[in-house]
Ligand binder design. Sequence first.
Ligand code: ADP
Ligand code: MG
Length: 705
Amino acid sequence: MRAPATHSPQTAAPKPAAKSAPQKALEKLGLVRDVDLALHLPLRYEDETRILKLRDAREGDTLQIEARVTHQEVGYRPRRQLVVTVDDGSDTCTLRFFNFYPSMQKALAVGQRLRIRGEIKGGFSGWTMLHPTARPAGGELPSALTPVYPTVAGLPQAYLRKAVLSGLARAELSDTFAPGDLSPLNPQAQGGLWTLHEALAFLHHPRPDVAIDTLMDHSHPAWQRLKAEELLAQQLSQLQARRARAALRAPVLLPDARPTALRQRLHAALPFALTGAQARVSQEIAVDMARHTPMHRLLQGDVGAGKTVVAALAAAVCIDAGWQCALMAPTEILAEQHFRKLLGWLEPLGITTAWLTGTQKTKERRAMLEIIENGQAQLVVGTHAIIQTKVHFKNLALAVIDEQHRFGVAQRLALRNKLQHEAMEPHLLMMTATPIPRTLAMSYYADLDVSTLDELPPGRTPIVTKVLAENRRAEVIERIRAQVAQGRQVYWVCPLIEESEMLDLSNATATHAELAEALQTPDGQHAVGLLHSRLPPDEKKAVMAQFVAGQIAVLVSTTVIEVGVDVPNASLMVIENAQRFGLSQLHQLRGRVGRGAAASACLLMYSTGDAPRLGEAARERLKAMAETNDGFEIARRDLEIRGPGEFLGARQSGDQMLRFADLAVDTALLEWARQEAPLLLERHPALAAKHVQRWLGSKAEFLKA
Ligand code: ADP
Ligand code: MG
């Protein structure tokens, strides 16, 4: 078997001085080292190994022919162009070039025999090709398919091909694991038997007789090797991150078992009993915090599962041990809500809580900074303001990040660095309402410990979700009127606000006016509020407070309410232009209702704009929403529809995205990598290091956050 030799004598070694535009473009693609180039794999291939006959052509084929020029002219319709007719003995074809030079006219002169390659189209006047490549006929045919690489502006394919070829020739590609290690995954044997070098040599220059489908869908054994390599690198780097963290120290927060301890008193004061899941998860967290290595735990629980109280109990353990706790939330509204809730629980128990946001008044802020620094504030709740350099904690031992996927790596790191104490780091508890599907938990999140709230508090009635077209708006408004008449509250979510460039979207302001009019009482009163991201923070707060207090019955809002808002009396959620939202976002929004005992509903209103019908992906999303309330199922489908890139959010995935492996398909390889990584690290640490370096290079450091 095996790939043709690809070691090429020509090496276009880029000189360090004065970088050319293509060299800069290479760097932009991250193609710096030889091995980076070797691992830059083709998107697709062109078959230049064969000469075909025009008589066998089909519309839309890309084909290579050899033919003689029989006619040439410069045409002017629709614009100036060079028109060349060629004949290959089986049929004729017209070539058109809109930009041409005199030299081309000469090269394509009547009588010349040419090798021509391009996409062929049929038409009234026979076959045509637009801007084909043409060179003199004859000469050797390549023995392998021609690779087409992903590239960027300023980096011509030919330059890139040369660079990759020489990178491949020079790169050190000795195996870090034996080809046979993969054979159990691929009982047909060939799958396991490719070395890295063989796999790369093949993928850059496959023999023309390869089943091209297996290259395109990455099922070919050479691709299997590459994907296994990539997944192994990811697992190794996560393991290394975990080990690096294990070498760090954190304050030991031993639970105080006395009934007078804050934790016990908080527990006793709660207006409800913990669910089994909450009790179990609290225990998992307590065990972590009692260790002298920093906790790095993700608490996932569907919207409304009751994560806040779990965080409060962890904070109580921390405060009992004499340390400070911080809770950071992605939006001011959410932070405020946490603050109120925690204040309500903890203040009666004698705990001082500080509040920090970017928008608070200087005087208040100064006072807060002071009690944070002198330790009087045992708990600090706020937005990103918490991680600013001006904020000094006396002794931060537990950092809680709500809706962690809204924060980037740098922000998490900044929070971890807030403990300036004998080279220690605080314990980190991250919370998310977007449950992480198993494959992601095993890959991107492999260095996290995960706790799951898999049980909702009792007494919730399931939310009924309906999908309806925009033309049923009047019905929807009737339904709102009925809810309001029963003393219930309603959310109406619009995707964009006025002045947006997307004028086709109905905007929150107009909807607010519409509902205010529809729900007006005879004396002209109405209880419709408006919340959008351009409101000043004070007004936002006031509107939210009115809604929480029940003074506003219908809250029209852009997605600022997306995360965490908790108003149990709200029982109807209307989402306008629902087709514009992502699945996880819809699920989060829907989670704002169904928090009390009343039957709740979510109406997903879609509009198709000018299009006759909804797009495939949008239809899938809305269907999934109507079919299930299960956050895990939603997350799984979301991953299927969108892929992990969008799921993870650009900010946190960034460089660590998998390029080749597909988690939806490559579960077996992922399992393999997960088992292999600790073995390799244990038995052959040097090979493990080489593997990570090869695949991730300088990005390896980044992953440690
Ligand atoms: P999320 O997990 O979405 O952050 P919250 O912490 O906001 O959920 O909790 C949702 C609601 O459920 C809140 O009103 C909270 O007080 C309430 N809650 C939490 N735990 C329980 C429980 N064990 N029993 C009853 N209600 C609970
Ligand atoms: Mg929450």
